[in-house]
Design a protein around this ligand. Structure first.
Ligand SMILES: [Zn+2]
Length: 389
């Protein structure tokens, strides 16, 4: 079996049973331990974690050279698009006509996720179903990769934003007509496109809202009746209000969210996945692609988003770490480390961000046994981190 050594971006082969001295560990379950620890595992699962008080005992048992590493739960990225390449959106959509090209890309991304300590991802969908295919290949052991929760195809209004994410329904009646067939295709969560995109050249402008509260409630209820969580792509005050009123489980992006909306989300236990990287990374890794008007707008959006994130943290709103990986300047796996940094830059203490990236993210993806380090956790769900502080 393998464990991720994320600080060196590699997978390390380990026996099913073994022991090592590590520099410490952190998890939402066990908290931080910064003393040398004797780690033993059996049948591929953590068996004991014992703090060592003397250096002699350190010297005697270690067969593996892990004494500079901390053991942590693997990360979860709750918003990615495996079918997008983070380089050129329009070229990538053209490449969808050559599935083998896309499949090769995805296989590489999945390996990189593991190497960088990301053991679970939630994919926000693509019309041809590449992410659903990837999910099944990993589940069947054909590909190695993180666990994948896939929405398969998103629900959007025909002629409005999201044509690459879903087939598009003419109206709510059209959805009702096709609803059972849609669920019968198979999906892990329901993704609904509630609004269009933000604009980089006009502050506060967002593409139109696609559903009324009543319609979106109908969509949410059909999903909940089938035991599926609902992730809602929504930005702008109007669309976010619709999503909250309809009782979705998570709001994705949520640019221009207000304090009042955060308070409502706290009350209704709705999670927010603020995806800072797609805007922040354009500023962090400059190119000549955007005009100075666009750069200025992006700066204002970023500043607002970071302040709302800190407010959400203070209000104790459920918040997840999701990147929108595949978007321009948000490479799969690497982008997750940018997103962690953005959350820290918003003012959230590092270990609180790590708790979001593990425990809260496991709730958002509906997999409470992911994002853990405890006795009994499979070693391949963990990561070794050098120089943890
Ligand atoms: Zn998305």
């Amino acid at each position: 079996m393998y464990i991720s050594c994320s600080s060196e971006r590699k997978m390390v082969e380990i026996p099913r049973e073994g022991e090592a001295i590590i520099a410490g560990y952190w998890s939402p379950q066990l908290d931080l331990c910064s003393h040398p620890v004797s780690l033993k595992w059996k049948d591929g699962k953590v068996n004991t974690l014992e703090t060592l008080d003397s250096l002699e005992s350190c010297a005697k048992i270690s067969s593996l050279q892990w004494n500079s590493y901390f053991l942590l739960p693997g990360w979860i990225d709750v918003h990615v698009h495996l079918a997008l390449d983070s380089l050129d959106f329009y070229q990538c959509l053209e490449n969808w006509a050559q599935p083998s090209l896309i499949e090769d890309n995805i296989e590489r991304y999945l390996q990189r996720y593991l190497e960088m300590g990301i053991v679970g991802i939630r994919d926000g969908g693509d019309l041809p179903g590449f992410s659903w295919m990837a999910k099944n290949k990993v589940r069947e052991g054909v590909w190695s990769g993180p666990g994948i929760i896939s929405v398969r195809e998103a629900v959007n209004r025909a002629g409005m934003y999201g044509r690459f994410l879903g087939r598009g329904f003419i109206d709510f009646l059209d959805w009702r007509d096709k609803e059972s067939g849609f669920f019968d295709q198979g999906l892990d969560q329901l993704k609904v496109i509630v609004t269009g995109l933000i604009r980089f050249d006009a502050f506060h402008k967002v593409g139109p809202t696609q559903w009324t509260v009543e319609e979106l409630k109908g969509l949410v209820e059909s999903a909940h009746e089938r035991g599926k969580l609902v992730m809602a792509h929504a930005s702008g005050e109007e669309g976010i209000s619709v999503a909250i009123a309809a009782g979705v489980d998570s709001i994705e992006h949520g640019y221009y969210i207000t304090t009042g909306q955060l308070e409502l989300m706290k009350k209704k236990n709705i999670a927010w996945v603020p995806t800072v990287a797609p805007i922040g990374n354009i500023l962090k890794y400059p190119s000549d692609r955007y005009s100075s008007l666009e750069i200025d707008t992006l700066k204002r959006i970023l500043e607002g988003q970071l302040s709302r994130i800190y407010e959400a943290y203070c209000l104790d709103v459920r918040m997840g770490v999701g990147t929108d990986a595949g978007a321009y300047r948000v490479p799969h796996a690497e982008g997750f480390y940018d997103e962690l940094d953005w959350m820290i830059q918003a003012g959230i203490p590092r270990l609180e961000v790590y708790r979001m990236a593990t425990r809260e993210n496991s709730q958002i993806v509906g997999k409470p046994d992911w994002g853990r380090l405890d006795i009994g956790t499979p070693m391949n769900q963990l990561q070794l981190v050098n120089g943890f502080r």
